[in-house]
Design a protein around this ligand. Structure first.
Ligand code: NAD
Length: 476
Protein backbone atom coordinates (compact mmCIF):
# COMPACT_ATOMS: atom_id res chain seq x y z
CA UNK A 1 0.00 0.00 0.00
CA UNK A 2 1.12 3.56 -0.69
CA UNK A 3 2.59 5.65 2.07
CA UNK A 4 1.09 8.73 3.66
CA UNK A 5 1.26 11.68 1.22
CA UNK A 6 3.72 14.53 1.56
CA UNK A 7 1.82 17.32 3.30
CA UNK A 8 1.82 20.70 1.59
CA UNK A 9 -0.17 23.89 1.26
CA UNK A 10 -2.00 24.48 -2.02
CA UNK A 11 -2.07 28.16 -2.96
CA UNK A 12 -2.63 29.84 -6.33
CA UNK A 13 -2.60 26.51 -8.12
CA UNK A 14 0.82 25.46 -6.76
CA UNK A 15 2.10 23.28 -3.92
CA UNK A 16 4.10 24.90 -1.13
CA UNK A 17 6.06 23.78 1.86
CA UNK A 18 6.25 25.82 5.03
CA UNK A 19 9.06 26.99 7.24
CA UNK A 20 7.31 25.69 10.34
CA UNK A 21 5.62 22.33 10.62
CA UNK A 22 3.57 20.40 13.13
CA UNK A 23 3.62 16.61 13.46
CA UNK A 24 0.63 14.51 12.38
CA UNK A 25 0.06 11.41 14.50
CA UNK A 26 -1.48 8.01 13.91
CA UNK A 27 -4.05 7.78 16.75
CA UNK A 28 -3.77 3.98 16.80
CA UNK A 29 -0.16 4.03 18.05
CA UNK A 30 0.72 7.74 18.49
CA UNK A 31 3.55 7.46 15.93
CA UNK A 32 4.41 10.46 13.75
CA UNK A 33 3.22 9.93 10.16
CA UNK A 34 3.78 13.36 8.62
CA UNK A 35 4.99 16.94 9.02
CA UNK A 36 2.30 19.51 8.28
CA UNK A 37 3.40 22.93 7.02
CA UNK A 38 1.88 25.95 8.70
CA UNK A 39 0.75 28.84 6.53
CA UNK A 40 2.47 32.16 7.23
CA UNK A 41 0.76 35.54 6.94
CA UNK A 42 2.40 35.88 3.51
CA UNK A 43 0.89 32.52 2.48
CA UNK A 44 -2.55 33.69 3.61
CA UNK A 45 -2.16 36.96 1.71
CA UNK A 46 -1.18 35.00 -1.39
CA UNK A 47 -4.19 32.75 -0.93
CA UNK A 48 -6.49 35.78 -0.65
CA UNK A 49 -5.07 37.35 -3.74
CA UNK A 50 -5.24 34.10 -5.69
CA UNK A 51 -8.82 33.50 -4.54
CA UNK A 52 -9.75 36.98 -5.77
CA UNK A 53 -8.33 36.21 -9.21
CA UNK A 54 -9.81 32.72 -9.15
CA UNK A 55 -13.25 34.09 -8.37
CA UNK A 56 -13.18 36.37 -11.42
CA UNK A 57 -12.48 33.40 -13.69
CA UNK A 58 -14.67 30.79 -12.01
CA UNK A 59 -17.75 32.95 -11.50
CA UNK A 60 -17.68 33.65 -15.25
CA UNK A 61 -17.32 29.97 -16.11
CA UNK A 62 -20.54 28.34 -17.36
CA UNK A 63 -22.15 26.11 -14.72
CA UNK A 64 -21.99 23.08 -17.03
CA UNK A 65 -18.26 23.65 -17.45
CA UNK A 66 -17.83 23.92 -13.68
CA UNK A 67 -19.71 20.66 -13.28
CA UNK A 68 -17.44 19.06 -15.87
CA UNK A 69 -14.30 20.00 -13.89
CA UNK A 70 -15.87 18.79 -10.63
CA UNK A 71 -16.83 15.45 -12.17
CA UNK A 72 -13.36 15.04 -13.64
CA UNK A 73 -11.90 15.51 -10.15
CA UNK A 74 -14.42 13.00 -8.79
CA UNK A 75 -13.31 10.43 -11.36
CA UNK A 76 -9.72 10.87 -10.16
CA UNK A 77 -10.75 10.52 -6.50
CA UNK A 78 -12.70 7.37 -7.29
CA UNK A 79 -9.73 5.91 -9.12
CA UNK A 80 -7.62 6.65 -6.02
CA UNK A 81 -10.22 5.74 -3.44
CA UNK A 82 -8.09 2.98 -1.92
CA UNK A 83 -5.13 5.33 -1.47
CA UNK A 84 -7.35 8.05 0.03
CA UNK A 85 -9.06 5.58 2.38
CA UNK A 86 -5.64 4.36 3.50
CA UNK A 87 -4.56 7.94 4.36
CA UNK A 88 -7.81 8.50 6.29
CA UNK A 89 -7.37 5.38 8.42
CA UNK A 90 -3.74 6.28 9.11
CA UNK A 91 -4.44 9.82 10.28
CA UNK A 92 -7.88 9.33 11.84
CA UNK A 93 -7.94 5.72 13.00
CA UNK A 94 -11.35 4.61 11.69
CA UNK A 95 -11.69 1.10 10.25
CA UNK A 96 -10.65 0.98 6.60
CA UNK A 97 -14.15 -0.14 5.51
CA UNK A 98 -15.57 3.07 7.02
CA UNK A 99 -12.82 5.12 5.37
CA UNK A 100 -13.81 3.64 1.99
CA UNK A 101 -17.43 4.57 2.62
CA UNK A 102 -16.33 8.07 3.55
CA UNK A 103 -14.54 8.51 0.22
CA UNK A 104 -17.65 7.28 -1.58
CA UNK A 105 -19.82 9.71 0.38
CA UNK A 106 -17.44 12.60 -0.30
CA UNK A 107 -17.65 11.84 -4.02
CA UNK A 108 -21.46 11.79 -3.78
CA UNK A 109 -21.42 15.30 -2.27
CA UNK A 110 -19.41 16.53 -5.26
CA UNK A 111 -21.62 14.73 -7.77
CA UNK A 112 -24.80 16.09 -6.24
CA UNK A 113 -23.61 19.70 -6.08
CA UNK A 114 -22.20 19.47 -9.62
CA UNK A 115 -25.72 18.54 -10.72
CA UNK A 116 -27.19 21.42 -8.76
CA UNK A 117 -24.78 23.89 -10.41
CA UNK A 118 -26.79 23.79 -13.63
CA UNK A 119 -30.09 24.04 -11.76
CA UNK A 120 -29.47 27.25 -9.81
CA UNK A 121 -32.60 28.66 -11.40
CA UNK A 122 -33.94 32.15 -10.86
CA UNK A 123 -37.48 33.25 -11.70
CA UNK A 124 -39.44 35.86 -13.59
CA UNK A 125 -42.06 37.78 -11.63
CA UNK A 126 -45.01 39.21 -13.55
CA UNK A 127 -46.01 42.80 -12.78
CA UNK A 128 -46.89 45.60 -15.22
CA UNK A 129 -46.89 44.55 -18.93
CA UNK A 130 -43.88 46.73 -19.70
CA UNK A 131 -41.71 45.67 -16.80
CA UNK A 132 -40.22 42.33 -15.79
CA UNK A 133 -38.69 41.45 -12.51
CA UNK A 134 -36.03 38.82 -12.91
CA UNK A 135 -34.47 37.09 -9.91
CA UNK A 136 -31.05 35.54 -10.43
CA UNK A 137 -28.59 33.74 -8.16
CA UNK A 138 -24.95 34.76 -8.26
CA UNK A 139 -21.95 33.26 -6.49
CA UNK A 140 -21.26 35.10 -3.26
CA UNK A 141 -17.48 35.53 -3.72
CA UNK A 142 -14.53 34.12 -1.82
CA UNK A 143 -15.44 31.62 0.92
CA UNK A 144 -13.33 31.11 4.05
CA UNK A 145 -14.04 27.56 5.14
CA UNK A 146 -12.99 25.53 8.18
CA UNK A 147 -13.47 21.76 8.26
CA UNK A 148 -13.01 19.40 11.24
CA UNK A 149 -11.12 16.17 11.77
CA UNK A 150 -13.91 13.62 12.20
CA UNK A 151 -14.32 12.99 8.44
CA UNK A 152 -11.00 14.03 6.87
CA UNK A 153 -12.27 13.78 3.29
CA UNK A 154 -16.06 14.14 3.31
CA UNK A 155 -16.13 17.22 5.56
CA UNK A 156 -13.86 19.26 3.25
CA UNK A 157 -15.82 17.78 0.31
CA UNK A 158 -19.08 19.33 1.55
CA UNK A 159 -17.60 22.81 1.62
CA UNK A 160 -15.50 22.62 -1.54
CA UNK A 161 -18.43 21.12 -3.46
CA UNK A 162 -20.83 23.89 -2.44
CA UNK A 163 -18.36 26.65 -3.22
CA UNK A 164 -17.11 25.32 -6.56
CA UNK A 165 -20.54 24.31 -7.87
CA UNK A 166 -21.84 27.82 -7.08
CA UNK A 167 -18.97 29.60 -8.85
CA UNK A 168 -17.21 30.78 -5.67
CA UNK A 169 -13.53 30.57 -4.88
CA UNK A 170 -12.56 29.06 -1.54
CA UNK A 171 -9.75 29.15 1.00
CA UNK A 172 -10.13 26.02 3.09
CA UNK A 173 -8.38 25.53 6.39
CA UNK A 174 -8.77 21.82 6.91
CA UNK A 175 -8.11 20.11 10.24
CA UNK A 176 -4.46 19.96 11.23
CA UNK A 177 -4.86 16.51 12.78
CA UNK A 178 -6.25 14.96 9.59
CA UNK A 179 -4.91 16.96 6.63
CA UNK A 180 -4.52 14.25 3.98
CA UNK A 181 -8.22 13.90 3.14
CA UNK A 182 -8.40 17.54 1.98
CA UNK A 183 -5.00 17.27 0.33
CA UNK A 184 -6.18 14.40 -1.87
CA UNK A 185 -9.16 16.52 -2.94
CA UNK A 186 -6.92 19.47 -3.86
CA UNK A 187 -4.64 17.13 -5.79
CA UNK A 188 -7.59 15.79 -7.81
CA UNK A 189 -8.83 19.30 -8.64
CA UNK A 190 -5.34 20.40 -9.60
CA UNK A 191 -5.08 17.54 -12.08
CA UNK A 192 -8.67 18.02 -13.27
CA UNK A 193 -7.78 21.49 -14.55
CA UNK A 194 -9.39 23.75 -11.96
CA UNK A 195 -8.10 27.28 -12.66
CA UNK A 196 -5.41 28.45 -10.25
CA UNK A 197 -6.67 30.23 -7.13
CA UNK A 198 -10.23 28.84 -7.19
CA UNK A 199 -9.34 26.34 -4.45
CA UNK A 200 -6.68 27.09 -1.84
CA UNK A 201 -5.79 24.79 1.02
CA UNK A 202 -4.03 26.04 4.15
CA UNK A 203 -3.19 24.78 7.64
CA UNK A 204 -1.98 26.42 10.81
CA UNK A 205 -3.13 27.58 14.22
CA UNK A 206 -6.93 27.64 13.71
CA UNK A 207 -7.57 30.84 15.67
CA UNK A 208 -4.72 32.69 13.90
CA UNK A 209 -6.06 31.79 10.47
CA UNK A 210 -9.74 32.46 11.19
CA UNK A 211 -9.09 35.79 12.91
CA UNK A 212 -6.93 36.90 9.95
CA UNK A 213 -9.14 35.73 7.08
CA UNK A 214 -12.69 36.37 8.30
CA UNK A 215 -12.46 40.18 8.67
CA UNK A 216 -11.07 40.59 5.13
CA UNK A 217 -13.43 42.55 2.93
CA UNK A 218 -12.96 40.03 0.14
CA UNK A 219 -14.29 37.11 2.23
CA UNK A 220 -18.04 36.96 1.57
CA UNK A 221 -18.99 33.76 3.42
CA UNK A 222 -17.66 31.90 6.45
CA UNK A 223 -18.45 28.17 6.33
CA UNK A 224 -17.56 26.26 9.49
CA UNK A 225 -18.16 22.76 10.86
CA UNK A 226 -17.14 22.10 14.44
CA UNK A 227 -18.15 22.80 18.00
CA UNK A 228 -20.88 25.25 18.99
CA UNK A 229 -18.42 27.25 21.10
CA UNK A 230 -16.06 27.87 18.17
CA UNK A 231 -19.01 28.47 15.82
CA UNK A 232 -20.29 31.24 18.09
CA UNK A 233 -16.86 32.80 18.22
CA UNK A 234 -16.44 32.81 14.42
CA UNK A 235 -19.99 34.14 13.95
CA UNK A 236 -19.11 37.00 16.26
CA UNK A 237 -16.01 37.87 14.22
CA UNK A 238 -18.02 37.64 10.98
CA UNK A 239 -20.78 39.86 12.36
CA UNK A 240 -18.39 42.80 12.61
CA UNK A 241 -18.20 42.95 8.80
CA UNK A 242 -21.75 41.64 8.29
CA UNK A 243 -20.27 38.61 6.60
CA UNK A 244 -22.80 35.77 6.30
CA UNK A 245 -22.06 32.43 7.92
CA UNK A 246 -22.90 28.79 7.32
CA UNK A 247 -22.55 26.99 10.64
CA UNK A 248 -22.75 23.23 11.10
CA UNK A 249 -22.21 22.80 14.85
CA UNK A 250 -22.59 20.34 17.67
CA UNK A 251 -25.43 17.94 18.36
CA UNK A 252 -26.46 15.58 21.14
CA UNK A 253 -28.82 13.37 19.22
CA UNK A 254 -31.79 11.88 21.08
CA UNK A 255 -33.18 8.45 20.14
CA UNK A 256 -36.77 7.76 21.22
CA UNK A 257 -37.60 4.07 21.38
CA UNK A 258 -41.37 3.52 21.54
CA UNK A 259 -43.07 0.52 23.12
CA UNK A 260 -44.30 -0.92 19.80
CA UNK A 261 -40.92 -2.01 18.39
CA UNK A 262 -38.75 -5.08 18.78
CA UNK A 263 -36.15 -3.93 21.35
CA UNK A 264 -33.51 -6.34 20.04
CA UNK A 265 -33.75 -5.01 16.49
CA UNK A 266 -33.63 -1.37 17.66
CA UNK A 267 -30.66 -2.12 19.95
CA UNK A 268 -28.69 -3.92 17.23
CA UNK A 269 -29.03 -1.04 14.78
CA UNK A 270 -28.27 1.51 17.50
CA UNK A 271 -25.04 -0.15 18.64
CA UNK A 272 -23.60 -0.44 15.15
CA UNK A 273 -24.45 3.19 14.44
CA UNK A 274 -23.05 4.37 17.79
CA UNK A 275 -19.76 2.58 17.08
CA UNK A 276 -19.44 4.23 13.64
CA UNK A 277 -16.47 6.60 13.61
CA UNK A 278 -16.06 5.81 17.34
CA UNK A 279 -19.07 8.04 18.01
CA UNK A 280 -17.28 11.12 16.67
CA UNK A 281 -20.15 12.24 14.50
CA UNK A 282 -22.31 15.29 15.15
CA UNK A 283 -25.36 13.11 14.38
CA UNK A 284 -24.23 10.13 16.47
CA UNK A 285 -27.17 8.57 18.39
CA UNK A 286 -26.39 9.40 22.03
CA UNK A 287 -29.33 10.05 24.38
CA UNK A 288 -31.63 7.02 24.32
CA UNK A 289 -35.08 7.51 25.84
CA UNK A 290 -36.69 4.08 25.97
CA UNK A 291 -40.31 3.33 26.88
CA UNK A 292 -40.37 1.64 30.30
CA UNK A 293 -42.24 -1.43 28.95
CA UNK A 294 -39.32 -2.45 26.73
CA UNK A 295 -36.52 -0.74 28.66
CA UNK A 296 -34.96 -3.88 30.22
CA UNK A 297 -34.76 -5.99 27.03
CA UNK A 298 -33.49 -2.97 25.05
CA UNK A 299 -30.83 -2.13 27.63
CA UNK A 300 -29.66 -5.74 27.96
CA UNK A 301 -29.44 -6.24 24.20
CA UNK A 302 -27.65 -2.92 23.75
CA UNK A 303 -25.09 -3.61 26.49
CA UNK A 304 -24.42 -7.14 25.27
CA UNK A 305 -23.79 -5.96 21.72
CA UNK A 306 -21.69 -3.01 22.91
CA UNK A 307 -19.45 -5.37 24.91
CA UNK A 308 -18.91 -7.40 21.73
CA UNK A 309 -17.58 -4.40 19.76
CA UNK A 310 -13.88 -5.04 19.16
CA UNK A 311 -11.59 -2.03 19.31
CA UNK A 312 -8.27 -2.02 17.48
CA UNK A 313 -6.19 -0.73 14.62
CA UNK A 314 -8.35 0.38 11.69
CA UNK A 315 -6.31 -1.72 9.27
CA UNK A 316 -7.07 -4.94 11.18
CA UNK A 317 -10.07 -6.66 9.57
CA UNK A 318 -11.22 -7.89 13.02
CA UNK A 319 -11.66 -4.29 14.23
CA UNK A 320 -15.20 -2.95 14.63
CA UNK A 321 -14.19 0.41 16.11
CA UNK A 322 -10.89 2.27 15.88
CA UNK A 323 -9.33 4.66 18.38
CA UNK A 324 -10.77 8.13 18.90
CA UNK A 325 -8.96 10.72 16.85
CA UNK A 326 -6.95 12.50 19.55
CA UNK A 327 -6.12 12.53 23.24
CA UNK A 328 -8.70 15.28 23.90
CA UNK A 329 -11.54 12.88 23.06
CA UNK A 330 -10.18 10.17 25.39
CA UNK A 331 -9.94 12.64 28.23
CA UNK A 332 -13.38 14.11 27.53
CA UNK A 333 -15.07 10.69 27.50
CA UNK A 334 -13.18 9.53 30.59
CA UNK A 335 -14.32 12.59 32.50
CA UNK A 336 -17.98 12.27 31.43
CA UNK A 337 -18.01 8.58 32.39
CA UNK A 338 -16.41 9.29 35.79
CA UNK A 339 -18.98 11.99 36.48
CA UNK A 340 -21.87 9.67 35.52
CA UNK A 341 -20.47 6.87 37.68
CA UNK A 342 -20.00 9.20 40.65
CA UNK A 343 -23.62 10.32 40.34
CA UNK A 344 -24.90 6.74 40.49
CA UNK A 345 -25.37 5.84 36.81
CA UNK A 346 -24.82 2.18 35.95
CA UNK A 347 -21.95 1.46 33.52
CA UNK A 348 -22.96 -1.68 31.64
CA UNK A 349 -20.25 -1.81 28.99
CA UNK A 350 -16.80 -0.25 28.62
CA UNK A 351 -16.00 2.55 31.04
CA UNK A 352 -12.26 1.91 31.37
CA UNK A 353 -9.47 3.09 29.11
CA UNK A 354 -7.26 0.16 28.06
CA UNK A 355 -3.55 0.30 28.87
CA UNK A 356 -0.98 0.85 26.13
CA UNK A 357 -0.35 3.15 23.21
CA UNK A 358 -3.09 4.70 21.10
CA UNK A 359 -6.19 6.75 21.83
CA UNK A 360 -8.49 3.81 22.48
CA UNK A 361 -11.68 3.91 24.50
CA UNK A 362 -14.27 1.14 24.41
CA UNK A 363 -17.90 1.58 23.45
CA UNK A 364 -19.40 2.57 26.79
CA UNK A 365 -23.01 2.27 27.96
CA UNK A 366 -24.22 4.39 30.89
CA UNK A 367 -27.76 3.77 32.11
CA UNK A 368 -30.17 5.48 34.48
CA UNK A 369 -28.29 8.74 34.59
CA UNK A 370 -29.73 11.22 37.06
CA UNK A 371 -30.57 14.82 36.13
CA UNK A 372 -27.40 16.88 36.33
CA UNK A 373 -25.10 14.19 34.90
CA UNK A 374 -22.75 16.15 32.66
CA UNK A 375 -22.95 13.65 29.81
CA UNK A 376 -26.66 14.39 29.46
CA UNK A 377 -25.83 18.01 28.68
CA UNK A 378 -22.38 18.04 27.04
CA UNK A 379 -22.03 16.40 23.63
CA UNK A 380 -19.74 13.40 24.28
CA UNK A 381 -18.52 13.26 20.66
CA UNK A 382 -17.14 9.80 21.30
CA UNK A 383 -18.13 6.18 22.01
CA UNK A 384 -20.59 6.85 24.83
CA UNK A 385 -24.29 5.91 24.82
CA UNK A 386 -26.67 7.15 27.53
CA UNK A 387 -29.83 5.12 28.15
CA UNK A 388 -32.73 6.17 30.36
CA UNK A 389 -36.32 4.87 30.72
CA UNK A 390 -39.33 7.11 30.06
CA UNK A 391 -43.03 6.70 30.86
CA UNK A 392 -44.46 8.11 27.65
CA UNK A 393 -43.64 9.54 24.23
CA UNK A 394 -44.53 13.00 25.56
CA UNK A 395 -41.90 12.71 28.28
CA UNK A 396 -39.36 11.47 25.72
CA UNK A 397 -40.03 14.40 23.38
CA UNK A 398 -39.72 16.85 26.27
CA UNK A 399 -36.34 15.36 27.22
CA UNK A 400 -35.21 15.33 23.59
CA UNK A 401 -35.98 19.05 23.27
CA UNK A 402 -34.50 20.01 26.63
CA UNK A 403 -31.02 20.87 25.32
CA UNK A 404 -29.95 23.89 23.26
CA UNK A 405 -28.91 21.48 20.44
CA UNK A 406 -31.12 20.53 17.50
CA UNK A 407 -29.19 18.72 14.80
CA UNK A 408 -30.28 15.09 14.33
CA UNK A 409 -32.95 13.12 16.22
CA UNK A 410 -34.18 9.56 15.81
CA UNK A 411 -37.22 7.49 16.66
CA UNK A 412 -38.12 3.82 16.54
CA UNK A 413 -41.84 3.10 16.14
CA UNK A 414 -44.29 1.21 13.94
CA UNK A 415 -47.13 3.54 14.88
CA UNK A 416 -48.03 6.21 12.32
CA UNK A 417 -49.30 8.39 15.15
CA UNK A 418 -46.04 8.19 17.10
CA UNK A 419 -44.00 8.78 13.94
CA UNK A 420 -46.09 11.85 13.19
CA UNK A 421 -45.64 13.20 16.72
CA UNK A 422 -41.87 12.70 16.59
CA UNK A 423 -41.51 14.29 13.16
CA UNK A 424 -43.65 17.29 14.08
CA UNK A 425 -42.54 17.99 17.63
CA UNK A 426 -38.85 17.23 17.87
CA UNK A 427 -36.76 20.37 17.48
CA UNK A 428 -34.04 19.29 15.04
CA UNK A 429 -32.94 19.91 11.48
CA UNK A 430 -33.09 16.19 10.73
CA UNK A 431 -35.53 13.65 12.17
CA UNK A 432 -35.17 10.00 11.13
CA UNK A 433 -37.71 7.28 11.95
CA UNK A 434 -36.64 3.61 11.99
CA UNK A 435 -33.28 4.51 10.45
CA UNK A 436 -30.21 6.10 11.98
CA UNK A 437 -29.13 7.74 8.72
CA UNK A 438 -29.52 11.49 9.22
CA UNK A 439 -28.68 12.73 5.74
CA UNK A 440 -27.54 11.78 2.26
CA UNK A 441 -26.18 14.01 -0.51
CA UNK A 442 -29.68 14.59 -1.90
CA UNK A 443 -31.14 15.90 1.38
CA UNK A 444 -30.54 19.20 3.20
CA UNK A 445 -28.45 18.82 6.33
CA UNK A 446 -28.09 21.30 9.18
CA UNK A 447 -29.30 22.29 12.60
CA UNK A 448 -31.69 24.47 14.55
CA UNK A 449 -31.04 26.24 17.86
CA UNK A 450 -27.34 26.15 18.79
CA UNK A 451 -26.62 23.35 16.32
CA UNK A 452 -26.15 25.87 13.60
CA UNK A 453 -27.43 27.89 10.76
CA UNK A 454 -27.91 27.04 7.07
CA UNK A 455 -27.98 23.78 5.17
CA UNK A 456 -25.49 21.70 3.21
CA UNK A 457 -26.62 19.24 0.55
CA UNK A 458 -30.03 18.80 -1.04
CA UNK A 459 -31.70 21.42 -3.21
CA UNK A 460 -30.85 23.96 -0.48
CA UNK A 461 -27.12 23.18 -0.52
CA UNK A 462 -25.99 25.99 -2.79
CA UNK A 463 -28.23 28.71 -1.30
CA UNK A 464 -25.63 30.02 1.12
CA UNK A 465 -22.95 30.16 -1.53
CA UNK A 466 -25.11 32.41 -3.71
CA UNK A 467 -26.70 35.80 -3.38
CA UNK A 468 -30.11 36.73 -4.74
CA UNK A 469 -30.32 39.64 -7.15
CA UNK A 470 -33.56 41.18 -8.36
CA UNK A 471 -33.38 42.86 -11.77
CA UNK A 472 -36.18 45.26 -12.75
CA UNK A 473 -36.31 45.56 -16.52
CA UNK A 474 -38.63 48.09 -18.20
CA UNK A 475 -39.18 47.67 -21.94
CA UNK A 476 -38.40 50.89 -23.78
P1 NAD B 1 -12.57 22.47 19.31
O1 NAD B 1 -13.87 23.04 19.72
O2 NAD B 1 -11.32 23.12 19.76
O3 NAD B 1 -12.45 22.40 17.72
C1 NAD B 1 -13.50 21.98 16.88
C2 NAD B 1 -13.06 22.29 15.44
O4 NAD B 1 -12.95 23.69 15.27
C3 NAD B 1 -11.69 21.74 15.07
O5 NAD B 1 -11.75 21.28 13.74
C4 NAD B 1 -10.75 22.93 15.21
O6 NAD B 1 -9.65 22.87 14.31
C5 NAD B 1 -11.64 24.07 14.84
N1 NAD B 1 -11.32 25.32 15.53
C6 NAD B 1 -11.09 25.50 16.84
N2 NAD B 1 -10.88 26.80 17.13
C7 NAD B 1 -10.97 27.47 15.95
C8 NAD B 1 -10.85 28.83 15.57
N3 NAD B 1 -10.63 29.81 16.48
N4 NAD B 1 -10.99 29.14 14.27
C9 NAD B 1 -11.23 28.20 13.33
N5 NAD B 1 -11.37 26.89 13.63
C10 NAD B 1 -11.25 26.53 14.92
O7 NAD B 1 -12.59 20.99 19.81
P2 NAD B 1 -11.98 19.64 19.30
O8 NAD B 1 -11.41 18.96 20.48
O9 NAD B 1 -11.12 19.75 18.09
O10 NAD B 1 -13.31 18.94 18.85
C11 NAD B 1 -14.24 18.52 19.82
C12 NAD B 1 -15.55 19.21 19.71
O11 NAD B 1 -15.76 19.73 18.41
C13 NAD B 1 -16.63 18.19 19.92
O12 NAD B 1 -17.12 18.30 21.22
C14 NAD B 1 -17.67 18.46 18.88
O13 NAD B 1 -18.75 19.14 19.44
C15 NAD B 1 -17.03 19.39 17.91
N6 NAD B 1 -16.89 18.83 16.56
C16 NAD B 1 -17.98 18.83 15.79
C17 NAD B 1 -17.90 18.33 14.52
C18 NAD B 1 -19.11 18.31 13.65
O14 NAD B 1 -19.15 17.55 12.69
N7 NAD B 1 -20.10 19.17 13.91
C19 NAD B 1 -16.70 17.81 14.04
C20 NAD B 1 -15.57 17.85 14.87
C21 NAD B 1 -15.68 18.38 16.14
Amino acid sequence: MTTYPELQLYIAGAWRSGKDTIPVLNPADESVIGALPIASRADLDDALEAAGRGFKIWSQTAPAKRAEVILRAVALMKARSEEIAHSITLEHGKPIAQARLEVQRGCEFFEWDAGEAVRAYGRVIPSAPDIRYIVIHQPVGTVAAFSPWNFPMSQPARKIAGALASGCSIILKAAEETPAGALHIARAFHEAGLPAGVLNLVFGVPSDISSYLIPKEQVRLVAFTGSTAVGKHLTEIASRSVTPVLMELGGHAPVIVCDDVDPEVAAALSVSRKARNAGQVCTSPTRFFVHKDIYRPFLNAFAERARAIRIGDGFDSATDMGPVANHRRVEAIESLVEDARARGARILAGGERPAGKGYFYPLTVAAELPDGARALEIEPFGPLALINPVDSIDEAIEQANALPFGLAAYGFTHSARNAHLLAERIEAGNVSINTLEASVAETPFGGVKESGYGREGGAEGLHHYMTVKNISHRMV
